[in-house]
Design a protein around this ligand. Structure first.
Ligand SMILES: C[S@@+](CC[C@H](N)C(=O)[O-])C[C@H]1O[C@@H](n2cnc3c(N)ncnc32)[C@H](O)[C@@H]1O
Length: 397
């Protein structure tokens, strides 16, 4: 039975597993994978599955080499409750000014647990209200990417572009002055990314902007509070990494990780180019590169993934599966991926025992509607969920 994609989803992220979370949880439960030990979401993207693993009771690690994903992971996974901003709010200059901005209506909150309102008692509320009320300002981001900017690109409507510039500049200044910790800074940046994405003037991804400002992009940006997932192990540290997945795996001893979840890109669409704008807002490093071409891409070949290259994907996946030495491996892949299902399953049989395969039908991700140059073959597509036990785990003979 085909399932609706992107149920209660946030960002329209290519390959997001928001709509498959119930299936993933069901497979882990059915196969009696103990909800214990450390679980690593190696290609975390929106951190949806990392959130699920943390809710399930694992000490959770998340990784993705895109920095926008890293800050999102920090918000949901490293934090166990909303940040407190103690230094900022007790600062003689800033404390009073920020508290004066409080009480300006509810702030919406979001995690895979659902949408809601930020409780009024949360100290982060006034900080978000303060940022929400900042007057817009001109700057390199506005000039390079927003309506009315010198570059002529239209990823954001004029007012929203000016406000993103002001909010992100302010967060950067607080971070440089050590008024907020690096983790608090990451949380604020993640909240801005989520909120900016909701008013982006694109069909879906950031490979192109629209030539007119669409209705949703005209709505004023309102900061959303990303809701950290509570921890079943508050004494243990949940951690987020930002590096190549294969390299990171090499840093764990056999059996140190209980479960590794592998969800690499499955087609030629590079995340670095489709989400370049989120990466730039996250890194705020516009002084360090010259936006390229009509769409204003970042540096050429930055974070070009081998999983998106037909010529390299099989050897990359082989190297990766060889290196997973946890007690359990969970992998998802699409039936229309660059790696044919037979090749993938043969690799899994080579490196794992007790391989179980579940197939889920769901609605295809669409970056835009069909047109003369793009005519999708079918409305539905199949996702494989594979659970196995790596042969390199401790105790496997
Ligand atoms: C299919 S998406 C993951 C989606 C995620 N499970 C979710 O629900 O949002 C694949 C992710 O792999 C990341 N990625 C691609 N190559 C990588 C690499 N070599 N190391 C680490 N991350 C990589 C991309 O940035 C992207 O976020």
């Amino acid at each position: 039975m085909p399932r609706p994609a992107m149920l209660n989803a946030t960002m329209n992220y290519i390959g997001s597993k928001h709509s498959l979370l119930d299936d993933i949880a069901a497979l882990l439960d059915e196969q009696q994978v103990p909800a214990e030990g450390r679980a690593l979401d190696l290609f975390a993207g929106t951190a949806a599955v990392a959130q699920l693993l943390k809710r399930r009771g694992h000490v959770t690690y998340a990784n993705d080499w895109q920095y926008y994903s890293y800050v999102t992971g920090v918000a949901f996974i490293e934090f166990n409750s909303f940040p407190k901003f103690e230094t900022l709010l007790t600062d003689g200059l800033w404390g009073g000014e920020i508290r004066a901005a409080a009480g300006a209506g509810p702030i919406r909150s979001y995690s895979i647990e659902g949408r809601g309102s930020l409780p009024a008692v949360q100290p982060c509320g006034p900080v978000l209200h303060y940022l929400n009320r900042l007057p817009g300002r001109r700057g390199t981001f506005y000039a390079s990417y927003c309506q009315g900017g010198e570059a002529g690109r239209m990823y954001f409507a004029r007012e929203n572009g000016l406000r993103i510039q002001a909010i992100r500049d302010q967060v950067e200044d607080w971070g440089s002055a050590e008024l907020i910790s690096p983790r608090e800074k990451a949380w604020l940046v993640a909240c801005l990314l989520e909120s900016a994405d909701r008013v982006a003037n694109t069909a879906s991804v950031y490979g192109a902007y629209l030539k007119h400002v669409k209705k949703a992009a005209q709505k004023p940006l309102a900061l959303v509070a990303l809701k950290p997932i509570p921890s079943a192990h508050p004494a243990e540290r949940h951690r987020v990494f930002c590096q190549d997945g294969l390299e990171l795996l090499g840093q764990f001893d056999p059996g140190e990780l209980h479960l590794v979840y592998v969800d690499p890109p499955y087609n030629h669409r590079q995340y670095a180019s489709n989400y370049h704008l989120l990466e730039t807002i996250a890194r705020w490093d516009l002084g360090q590169f010259e936006p390229r071409g009509v769409t204003g891409l970042r540096k050429a070949r930055e974070l070009c993934s081998n999983y998106c290259l037909g010529s390299a994907v099989e050897s990359e996946m082989r190297r990766l599966l060889q290196r997973v030495n946890s007690h359990y491996l969970l992998l998802s892949y699409n039936n229309e991926g660059l790696l044919p299902p037979e090749t993938l399953l043969a690799l899994l049989e080579e490196f794992c025992t007790e391989v179980r395969v579940a197939q889920i039908h769901y609605r295809r991700f669409r970056a835009d509607t069909d047109h003369a140059k793009r005519n999708y073959k079918a409305d539905h597509t199949r996702e494989f969920l594979v659970l196995g036990r790596p042969k390199t785990r401790p105790g496997c003979v």
